[in-house]
Design a binder for this molecule. Sequence first.
Ligand code: NAD
Ligand code: UFG
Length: 338
Amino acid sequence: MANILVTGGAGYIGSHTCLELLNAGHEVIVFDNLSNGSGESLRRVEKLANNSLDFVQGDIRCQDELDRVFQNYQIDAVIHFAGLKAVGESQQIPLTYFDHNIAGSIQLFKSMQKAGVFSLVFSSSATVYGELNPSPYQEDMPLSLPNNNYGYTKLVIEQMLEKMALADARWSIALLRYFNPVGAHKSGQIGEDPRGIPNNLMPYVTQVAIGRREKLSIFGHDYPTKDGTCERDFIHVVDLAKAHVLALSNRLNNQGCRAWNIGTGAPISVLQIKETFEKVNGVQIPTEFAERRSGDLPAFYADASRAKNELGWQPQYTLEDMLADSWNWQKHNPNGFS
Ligand code: NAD
Ligand code: UFG
């Protein structure tokens, strides 16, 4: 069992991963500035795991704060979630995104190197495949510039990590390329709690269902897809969290830099999400069709066979589970963690 530093561990995917790490017997140290995470999520993780974790409030852009963590704890590996993730916002304030995501990551990697910690799992995104690759995306496809600044930060960090691993064989790095994470832990105790108006589809749907938003706008219904709405590869956040635990053990025993897609491989349309959510949960989602959202790709989904073959990872949860668990979380926490 290992001591794992989890940056951004108080956020949506981070909190679910902390729970899986504790359940697998690891020691967990969370480092988070709480700009988009919550201390309450960590208290609930501890309760669910019946075990405790350590929390350090800090910012990955601050080298001293990071160095102190590596001095105070004997860290074996890092899972790096911390960063900003709103695609639209990244177009308004690119420098802030470069600062948190790129500069912050560089500080982290420098602190790791100084402390002699070379095992890393990094939160990447399907966005690094850019606009030209056909689906299903495969890990060895050529990457290309994403059409937004958030995606650009993911591509830059991936490329830096590859070059670091080439230059120094001590690095062992997993690039996990997430598709569209949704759902929540079965308990309904932890889940996605975006600040302000949700950018992503699933929290928007659940906030309409709970009455916090009037109606869902479906962005575009004339795409070249089966029903005209965009198609995505939705993945249950608990399956995603488990992929981190597997990637971590793989990295603790291997060298180099390796990418894995984490998706189900099944394209699901936005309309299908709305209709299945209504059916599974017995709630209506008032909906209108709206203009296409700038920058959206019509469809993308994963070839997840590499994660299956090399990590022994396979998604366990169905689309119905994802939608039931998202609703279960929102229903029991109408205002999120507050
Ligand atoms: P989240 O916002 O819920 O979690 C990110 C956490 O990082 C938050 O708790 C926030 O407080 C913290 N944080 C942000 N900037 C920080 C900084 N400078 N220093 C310290 N802590 C900081 O987001 P999430 O959905 O859990 O995403 C986690 C990671 O996965 C992110 O890197 C994101 O880009 C990536 N990702 C997310 C998705 C998605 O759809 N949710 C898809 C692909 C990749
Ligand atoms: N959508 C709506 N209405 C909404 C919100 C979203 O119709 O209110 C649609 C979008 O137009 C898109 C689909 O639902 O067709 C999914 O949108 P999300 O914003 O939930 O997710 P994206 O696929 O746009 O973005 C995700 C991740 C990003 C990542 C990107 C590309 O959130 O981190 O995939 O990989 F960069």
